[in-house]
Write a protein that binds this ligand. Sequence first.
Ligand SMILES: Nc1nc2c(ncn2[C@@H]2O[C@H](COP(=O)(O)OP(=O)(O)O)[C@@H](O)[C@H]2O)c(=O)[nH]1
Ligand SMILES: [Mg+2]
Length: 490
Amino acid sequence: MISDHDPIVAIATAPGRGGIGVVRVSSPARLDALIEAIVGRPLTPRHAHFLPFKDANGVLIDEGIALAFPAPHSYTGEHVVEFQGHGGPVVLRRLLARCLEAGREQGIRLAEPGEFTRRAFLNDRMDLAQAEAVADLIDASSEAAARSAAASMTGAFSEQVTGLADRIVHLRMLVEATLDFPEEEIEFLEKYQARSVLDAIASDLSHLLAQARQGAILREGLHVVLAGQPNVGKSSLLNALAGFEAAIVTPIAGTTRDKVVQQITIEGVPLHIVDTAGLRETTDTVEQIGIARTWAEIEQADVILHLLDATQPQPELDAAITSRLPARTPVLEIINKMDLVEGGNDGARDSAGDAVDARADARIDANVVAGGAPGVDVNANVAGHPAKRLGISALTGEGLDTLRQELLAIAGWNPSGESPYLARERHIQALLQAAGHLEIAGEHAALSDRVLDLFAEELRLAHGALTSITGEFTSDDLLGVIFSRFCIGK
Ligand SMILES: Nc1nc2c(ncn2[C@@H]2O[C@H](COP(=O)(O)OP(=O)(O)O)[C@@H](O)[C@H]2O)c(=O)[nH]1
Ligand SMILES: [Mg+2]
């Protein structure tokens, strides 16, 4: 386990070449000796000094800005000094080595990932949800995610959580005061309108949960897997959604063997689109491995796009695929190559999903009949599965806008919603737990022979769940998990 008392140092800027590069030191003890050793003079707090940075022999390493932030007015809450030099890997390594050397007597060491932010949390410069938002802002993959992370970082999400926690504490105090006067128990709930107070808290909590869920979608992105028989146009659809040739497209069945993952964003929501090997019986060993990987991807998908070829219906094969898709995962059935189907290119583009559906159904039926496979009712097979259907053309782009909107809808994205807080799964679980305890508290309150101490206990548990978000009481293990995923120097 790492000590939270050592002085620490790291290169804070990204590796590689850049205009500037920053080496940052944080220490519970003053850093005068280290500063003096490197720049040859003391620094005025929070003033930019342009100075030479020198090695132990007085040889120049670089020149740049040195900035001192004495405790507690710094990012970490400790004594911090920053050396902003030129952003080259060699010069920054020399400057880092120099800091390690100049701080050796104080026991300085390299910082672990996220250790500066960990100290900021431990020194009450920010709560845990804010600290997590720092990493989420750095990792944000879309503008919307960055905006939400910034809101959470400055405490907007924590404020909501803390506000709810405070209201629960208040209610709990009233209950616990009453517990000492058993004769008043019965009147307590009425006197303080405890049930309507509880309902109001629960309703605000579920509102916050909805915003947090939106934020979680922004943070994690949605794993969308393209599945279907060979040659139905999976790779073409990936390319159409990505806007460039991410995957190889040929008329040869079995072209895609390994998965191709492409990240796209739709209205700021990140989606990871996974193209896979087409599902068919094959003796080709490489393709067999690819198909096994396809099924593995399908198992982990948030959404499955099951592609069918409007011109080549093979209902038994598609039904076989459908029957193996995991029941818990939403499936969209995509009838591709609508441009080849009669009337497929009329004015009914994009928005007229139903019309497209009808055409696809009609065509597939017609083909089945024409193909001499009477008795095979595609619609019955497909209709037996609750999947939604959509006609598109990966070639012309027909139907793709509708598909994008469907994907957002399936993700639970609410376009008109308030700006979400960039929440994590951990926060959502905690909010759910709190909501669960409030619900049980409400049930206790509704009973005729209600027991106030059970009511109070549920309030206590709900409060505990909420405060775990901001990290009032956290285990060292959880901190380790959270901060180890940061980058070094943050
Ligand atoms: N006309 C037409 N051809 C398409 C469409 N989508 C894919 N294709 C063609 O179908 C063939 C197979 O496409 P591909 O994307 O490799 O299918 P995959 O095996 O499912 O990945 C290629 O020749 C594509 O050009 C479409 O919407 N319309
Ligand atoms: Mg392919």
